[in-house]
Design a protein. Structure first.
Length: 243
């Protein structure tokens, strides 16, 4: 009996020990689970923070990139305007250069009723000499016309220049040289439209030299050779006074 009681007591003690161990084991699992859950939450928060930080970094980088793009677009616009302005200046330069070169090129002008090619410097030299004559500077004008003929002996203006040399002498009352200058015109350019006027100038110089006989012959020659020239009508009127 005592043996059975002792065995029962031992079994009861063993059962209590097992229950206590099981109870302790169950408490540790719950704690581990709670710790694991807590760690998961902490990791989740840290990961969320990392993700948020990454998003903020990307956002800041995106803003900086937008600002850089805006700055570059501004520079591109400025450069585009500068290129356009440069292209326009180059275009204007070439247009101006072309116009200048065209002015230097010979131009077609009407000289004594005929079209002729006349260079810019040639035209300027003739115009300047004629301007001196119109201004009353006959000596300098005659010299300028003589220089013109030396520089441009084949110019379409050469007959006119020779004619104005004679007129310049006549205006200075140097009638002999006036006659010689006009005779040079008649010898070299006998059919030039200025020839009739040259004969009239010669007749006027002869009258001033008191050589009326020579003047009459010159006027008659003028009417005979150039009957339709305006100078011929003047010659006829003067011839009427010789009778």
């Amino acid at each position: 009996m005592i043996k059975k009681t002792l065995i029962a007591a031992l079994m009861a003690a063993f059962s209590c020990a097992s229950l206590s161990a099981h109870a302790a084991l169950f408490g540790d699992d719950e704690a581990r689970k709670a710790i694991i859950d807590l760690r998961s939450k902490v990791d989740g928060i840290q990961q969320s923070k990392a993700e948020t930080s990454a998003v903020l970094t990307l956002s800041n980088q995106n803003d900086a990139l937008k600002q850089e793009i805006s700055r570059l677009n501004g520079q591109i616009e400025v450069l585009s305007n500068e290129v356009q302005n440069l292209q326009q200046r180059q275009k204007d330069f070439y247009v101006d250069l072309d116009n200048r070169l065209r002015k230097l090129e010979p131009q077609v002008v009407a000289v004594d009723g005929k079209d002729a090619m006349v260079g810019q410097s040639e035209q300027s030299a003739y115009d300047n000499a004629l301007a001196l004559f119109k201004a009353g500077d006959y000596k300098k004008s005659g010299t300028s016309f003589a220089d013109f003929i030396q520089r441009y002996p084949e110019s379409a203006y050469a007959p006119s220049a020779q004619y104005w040399i004679g007129n310049a002498y006549y205006a200075q009352r140097d009638y002999k040289n006036a006659i010689a200058a006009q005779q040079a015109l008649l010898k070299k350019y006998p059919d030039n439209p200025k020839a009739a006027d040259a004969l009239l100038n010669i007749a006027s110089s002869q009258v001033e030299l008191k050589d009326r006989s020579a003047a009459k012959k010159t006027l008659e020659s003028l009417v005979a050779k150039f009957p339709n020239a305006p100078a011929a009508q003047t010659a006829k009127e003067r011839l009427a006074n010789f009778k």
